[in-house]
Design a protein around this ligand. Sequence first.
Ligand SMILES: CC(C)(COP(=O)(O)OP(=O)(O)OC[C@H]1O[C@@H](n2cnc3c(N)ncnc32)[C@H](O)[C@@H]1OP(=O)(O)O)[C@@H](O)C(=O)NCCC(=O)NCCS
Length: 131
Amino acid sequence: MHMELKKCTKKYWEFIRILRNDKRVLDGFIKSTYITKEMQEKYMQDYSKFYRVALLNNQPCGYVGVIEDDIRICTHPDFQGRGVGKFMLKEIMNIFPTAYGKVKVDNEASKKLFSSVGFTKKFIIFEYDKN
Ligand SMILES: CC(C)(COP(=O)(O)OP(=O)(O)OC[C@H]1O[C@@H](n2cnc3c(N)ncnc32)[C@H](O)[C@@H]1OP(=O)(O)O)[C@@H](O)C(=O)NCCC(=O)NCCS
């Protein structure tokens, strides 16, 4: 099995968009806005330089991005639980060493992932519950 982290060139933008919109991963993210092709194109023109794509035997299986030190990371459901997330997170910390993860309290996979790479819990964000 050959795993590598590649720059996010245009050929990967649609992979990221489809994965980011996938109902199976949506719950893990703080924002769950549906991303259209147009939105993705516009966003990636500015921000793709901050993203990387993981390839497993040349097949895209996940992505990681760091915008203003804030990490966004996702492994395609077909490849989860095989060390892809850990690989991406370790690699991205070599590129953005001060990056951090903002993780939802109920996102067990993500909490486990960050802990397994050596991150520790430092802050808790309180949101006002209007209900
Ligand atoms: C979080 C996520 C990126 C993890 O990716 P992954 O490739 O499955 O992670 P790995 O296989 O590298 O596993 C890393 C660690 O997390 C643990 N883990 C992974 N999925 C888990 C799950 N569903 N429940 C509990 N632990 C889990 C693994 O056992 C491993 O721990 P270990 O090293 O102690 O064995 C993936 O679940 C995902 O894409 N989720 C949806 C999007 C998301 O929530 N992104 C994070 C936003 S902050």
